[in-house]
Design a protein around this ligand. Sequence first.
Ligand code: FAD
Length: 298
Amino acid sequence: MYDPPPERPLESDCCGSGCLPCILDVYEDEYSRWKIRQTNHSDQLRRDMLSVTKNKPFKIAAIEQLNKNTRLYTFIAYPETNGYLPIIYTQHIFIQVDNITRPFTPISLSENCSFKVLIKSYINGKFSEKLIKKSINDIVYVRGPSGGIQFNNADKLNMFCAGSGIAAFIGFIQTILKNEKCFTIIDLHYSCKTLDDILLRKMLFDFSLFWNCKISLYLTKEEDWTKCSESFWYNETFFKGRISESVIKDIINKNKNSQSLWFICGTNDFNQHCLDCLLKYNINKENIQIFHDYLKKK
Ligand SMILES: Cc1cc2nc3c(=O)[nH]c(=O)nc-3n(C[C@H](O)[C@H](O)[C@H](O)COP(=O)(O)OP(=O)(O)OC[C@H]3O[C@@H](n4cnc5c(N)ncnc54)[C@H](O)[C@@H]3O)c2cc1C
């Protein structure tokens, strides 16, 4: 298959407003991937394995139970092949199981045309009930990708999430942290009921080791705080209670001098609460984005 090198943009193609990723960085990434492809066929971008208009078969390659209602699934293109799926982190794909389709946000992509998604199951959830019955090696159907976050001109990204809402931000944060030329600061506030409910805790801890990423964890239903705090890891930042109005107000005050964007992903109530607080303290609606917006479905 003919695989031409990516077209080189002119220096003047960069608008200078801090797009993420900048067109010049995209070129460098694409060029280095193209160079690898000349010797190593595993880095091919496999546009043939995923389509926005047609469901393609994927096999369940692994299932890991993360907490009582959330699992990490690995789906791999079927038949198996090499290369990367054409998905940009923050985009979602649609998974269909027995004729029920729902959107999900991949949190990692691998060179064997596989991707991982964190999936929370809901009691009486139409999709949840179908998926829970599936096992390793079963086939599901996938189409996409769709959506995705775009931002420019922000020096700080504030993220509020609850429970499985963290899925929306994992790939997004990785994209920023792995880009050494990106100086955007990430301030993630993640709310869970108990310590055991925190999803991808080790990954979040690793993110927090980067100079530009701060992770704050809020536990809303831990009764014995003294006992619970014995299990905190060195340098983890925990708070007891909810991401309340006063918490959000403090965060807004600390952002007075920065060009900030605000991202929210959680339950319907959580999203509404965060949105109301941000608007109350005069955050411009245009700078707020809500993910997996369940409000829209009602
Ligand atoms: C763009 C986008 C990306 C998404 N990415 C992910 C992801 O990465 N991981 C993930 O687990 N989910 C994600 N979701 C949600 C997912 O698509 C399904 O909505 C969810 O799995 C429930 O489907 P269901 O058929 O089991 O429940 P449904 O039959 O649709 O709903 C049954 C009941 O479950 C409850 N419920 C369902 N969804 C929600 C919700 N989001 N918040 C609160 N209560 C709810 C409600 O009480 C509802 O009445 C995403 C949604 C969108 C729009």
